[in-house]
Ligand binder design. Structure first.
Ligand SMILES: Cc1cc2nc3c(=O)[nH]c(=O)nc-3n(C[C@H](O)[C@H](O)[C@H](O)COP(=O)(O)OP(=O)(O)OC[C@H]3O[C@@H](n4cnc5c(N)ncnc54)[C@H](O)[C@@H]3O)c2cc1C
Length: 497
């Protein structure tokens, strides 16, 4: 997926901070310990609450990982998410080193009724993983992967970024399908669904989770799998962070050659309409081994716009299965080549400075009709001060095979995830750009069917509820059972009542 084409912004993703650069835990304990005053915070229901200094001190003393307050080293990095237009300041941040710390932090948040944010990779566009005046649990000290090649399993800690899973699995000639940018968090990506370059072949990330350890709102840790707490296992796979914090994921692995044929064919933006027509037809009938995204991107100023097809092929007859690419005419650039999957997975990583604000609308399609093509192309407007982009993520194939009730993820009908994004210079007023994106999307939205909860933004409760489709009643029941006070509410939230 080519979010980077529009959303180029982040070099200093907090999760990428090397261990050596992290402040020492001892120093951070001290930071919490020297906090002399009580702390003003907010509860999940928005009411103010005062946290006594003694309670924070006790919390810090009970953890192996640090508690960060606004004055602590590391606080500024931890509170941020990838989208730099999100600027929130938690009252306190806990960085657990393991499940025991997560349990203590959750129990503390629960006891004080705190607004609680959970951060893994920090890629939530709408900034669900940070908050103002609540508690953030930042899982960035919980990153690790163990592969059991005989059992074909990967055991992945809840704060891990997906590139590490790709890397460790590849060393055993295996893979599990995750997302397309190596520094996206496994935690957020997987609990929401998890679309990636191999999902048409091997299914969504949720379809490859065979077990989870979850810290629930009462501070206990529970196993979720087909036989133990099956409701929790069901809900965590598509219900986002609604039911608790996953401290460990167990993924099934697939034998995999480790190489793919991948890259992009790039054309000037005036080819967008006919490229989208070719894409609409090809993406619908291609074999599961073909993954292809359409991207249309216009930088600020109205010049230099491009339209491209981004391809990842994991079969063994690229000449035959990618033949359509030879009918498109001469591109401005063609980067398609045989390459290591783990390298291709890093090709969309951000390397530039975090200078752009971002906003996005998204929805699933059941196909790309001529009407949808007109909506996408005719409404697209260059602007002097923003980047504008439309892109798809190819779905269908193995994604659509499990029945809808298999897990909480309900959008098995999706043939594409369609996204429209704007970005602008941080410091500029983002409001007109967001307003334009909403207006543009208003024509497209009726031609989509549901949306990805990992791209949740400012949707109403009714819209969110309806988006869980026929799975909604079971979502409510599971929420009632595991999070009756709605401690975990910063997500595509399901209310327990
Ligand atoms: C550059 C970029 C590329 C992307 N590419 C893809 C893609 O290819 N495929 C795709 O499907 N999506 C993609 N996304 C969307 C992505 O799935 C969501 O943004 C997702 O929420 C990111 O997860 P995270 O852990 O990085 O996010 P965070 O911001 O850290 O967390 C988001 C939410 O996830 C929940 N959460 C995080 N960790 C846990 C955990 N351990 N247990 C329980 N809940 C948890 C919390 O509710 C949290 O609010 C992309 C986003 C970006 C910015």
């Amino acid at each position: 997926m080519h979010r980077r084409t529009f959303l180029q912004s982040a070099a200093a993703v907090s999760g990428l901070l090397p261990l050596a650069a992290r402040p020492s835990f001892a120093g951070l304990y001290q930071a919490a310990a020297v906090a002399t005053g009580d702390l003003d915070a907010v509860r999940g229901d928005g009411r103010p609450v005062t946290l006594p200094a003694s309670a924070i001190k006790d919390l810090a003393a009970s953890l192996r990982g640090p508690v960060l307050l606004a004055s602590s080293p590391g606080y500024e990095t931890a509170r941020r998410v990838l989208n730099p237009s999100i600027d929130r300041r938690p009252a306190l941040i806990v960085q657990p080193t393991g499940t025991a710390d997560v349990r203590r932090a959750v129990s503390f948040a629960s006891a004080h009724g705190l607004l609680l944010a959970v951060k893994c990779g920090g890629h939530s566009f709408s900034g669900m993983s940070t908050c103002d005046k609540g508690m953030q649990i930042d899982l960035s000290n919980m990153r690790g992967v163990r592969v059991d090649p005989k059992a074909r399993r990967a055991y992945v800690e809840g704060g891990t970024l997906l590139g590490l899973v790709d890397h460790e699995a590849a060393a055993h000639g295996m893979v599990t399908p995750l997302g397309t940018v190596s520094h996206t968090g496994v935690g957020g990506l997987t609990t929401g669904g998890g679309f990636g370059r191999l999902a048409r072949k091997f299914g969504l990330a949720v379809d490859n989770v065979v077990g989870v350890d979850v810290v629930t709102a009462d501070g206990s840790v529970r196993r979720g799998d087909p036989t133990e707490n099956p409701d929790l296992y069901w809900g965590v796979r598509g219900g986002g962070g609604n039911f608790g914090i996953v401290t460990n994921f167990e993924f099934q692995l697939h034998p995999f050659s480790g190489t793919v044929t991948g890259g992009e064919v790039v054309f000037p933006i005036d080819r967008a309409r006919d490229l989208l027509r070719v894409y609409a037809e090809w993406s619908q009938k291609a074999p599961d081994e073909v993954y292809v995204d359409f991207v249309m991107s216009q930088p600020p100023g109205g010049k230099g716009g491009i339209a491209l097809l981004h391809v990842c092929y994991c079969g063994d007859n690229a000449d035959r299965d990618l033949a359509v690419l030879r009918t498109l005419g001469t591109p401005m650039a063609n980067t398609i080549k045989v390459q290591r999957y783990v390298d291709f997975q890093k090709s969309g990583d951000y390397t530039d400075a975090r200078t752009m604000g971002e906003y996005m609308k998204s929805g699933f399609t059941t196909g790309i009709s001529e009407k949808l093509i007109s909506g996408i192309i005719d409404g697209f407007e260059p602007h002097p001060a923003r980047s504008t982009g439309v892109f798809t993520q190819h779905s269908g194939g193995a994604i659509g095979r499990p029945p809808v009730g298999t897990c909480a993820f309900p959008h098995r009908h999706a043939q594409h995830a369609l996204m429209a994004a704007v970005s602008w210079k941080v410091g500029d007023d983002g409001a007109p750009h967001m307003a334009w994106a909403k207006k543009y999307w208003a024509t497209i939205e009726p031609l989509t069917s549901g949306f990805y909860i990992n791209e949740v933004n400012d949707e109403s409760r009714a819209v969110l509820n309806a988006n869980y489709r026929e799975n909604f009643p079971r979502m409510v029941a599971v929420k009632k059972q595991y999070d009756p006070t709605n401690l975990f509410r910063l997500n595509a939230n399901v209310q327990p009542a």
